[in-house]
Design a protein around this ligand. Structure first.
Ligand SMILES: [Zn+2]
Length: 341
């Protein structure tokens, strides 16, 4: 076997194979299920590729990759495996060993871990070494197509329709993915307002009371994802027409240190801005923040653009969803150890 270009993708993104055939399916049925599954998978923004064998023929397989790092691929592949009555799907989590996952309807999902590709793995041998029967003849994949770009909206509505026929609700899948990507956001909507405000202030001052510790070690925080991505209460930007974005601890520290998300308080103290909301079209709105000295909350800090502009570089940035995040207390504890070492 001489597998081309699979390994680069497998090392870079969550990816996987799903077989389209089984002994009961006719060629026509396979072709229909191929069309349906590609449409569904692209409809939730995964890249889908044909799999080619050594004779140049298209195999009854799809290769799928989470090329926009949207998360949730494993779950979606399992659902697809069940829909087309396959025995199993093969899932490659990024930087972790691949899993062979049973999708036979009566069985529980018991993932079988396989050997990881190592940095030295050869394209030509890695897939063969896995000894998965349906992969035996796979030689190469084609471009990873997806729906982003021209005509995406129309094709997504087609995907939703086909999904429905197959018993897959695309809107639910999209919502689940959004949830996975919103990790910097602390959902406390079920708590009373007073408790929410109390927690917000408590977290803010936990950082502000240790602000030198955080600022002196900002490079260490930037390098360590489990610190950088700690969710930070109310650190967010919402601006028409850009949209909204929550910021993590690392991002808010950067905004404070480098991007002018601070201003002077009339008491002589320093106001640390934690959010900015409004409309860039009308200029209405402004920043909100707390003073480190008199500890009061300030609203309508102007101008809005001063606060929104530096956040634009974060708008498209997504959280690496497979990273374990430390608690704020743990970050403070470890930073103190670092300083004293
Ligand atoms: Zn003040």
């Amino acid at each position: 076997m001489h597998a081309k270009n699979f390994l680069d993708i497998i090392k870079k993104y969550d990816s996987g194979f799903i077989s389209l055939s089984n002994k009961n399916k006719t060629e026509k049925e396979i072709s229909l299920i191929r069309k349906k599954l590609s449409t569904i998978l692209m409809g939730v923004d995964y890249g889908v590729s044909k799999v080619i064998d050594s004779t140049g023929a298209e195999m009854d397989l799809l290769f799928v990759a989470d090329k926009f790092q949207n998360a949730g691929l494993k779950k979606v592949l399992i659902r697809c495996g069940k829909v087309c009555h396959q025995d199993s799907i093969l899932f490659f989590p990024r930087r972790k060993p691949p899993l062979l996952i049973s999708t036979a309807e009566k069985e529980e999902d018991t993932p079988l871990p396989l050997k990881s590709p190592t940095p030295t793995s050869e394209e030509s041998t890695y897939l063969a070494e896995l000894e998965i029967p349906f992969l035996k003849d796979a030689v190469s994949c084609t471009n990873l197509d997806s729906f982003s770009g021209f005509n995406a909206v129309m094709r997504k509505s087609e995907a939703i329709k086909i999904g429905k026929e197959c018993g897959i609700n695309l809107n639910d899948l999209r919502a689940e993915k959004r949830e996975l990507l919103q990790k910097p956001y602390i959902d406390d909507s079920d708590l009373p307002l007073e408790e929410r405000l109390r927690r917000k202030k408590e977290m803010f001052f936990k950082v502000i009371d240790n602000i030198d510790l955080f600022m002196n070690n900002i490079n260490a925080i930037k390098e360590k994802q489990s610190w950088y991505h700690v969710p930070f209460y109310s650190a967010w930007m919402g601006a028409i027409p850009v949209g909204s974005k929550h910021f993590s601890l690392g991002q808010i520290l950067e905004l404070w240190k480098y991007d002018g998300w601070t201003t002077e308080c009339s008491c002589g103290g320093k106001i640390y801005v934690t959010s900015a909301t409004g409309s860039l079209l009308s200029g209405c709105g402004g920043g909100m923040g707390y003073c480190d000295t008199c500890r009061t909350t300030h609203f309508q800090l102007k101008p809005l653009m001063k606060y929104v502009k530096p956040t634009l570089r974060y708008v498209e940035k997504k959280l690496p969803y497979d990273v374990k995040i430390d608690s704020l207390d743990e970050v403070i504890r470890q930073l103190k150890l670092l300083e004293n070492s």
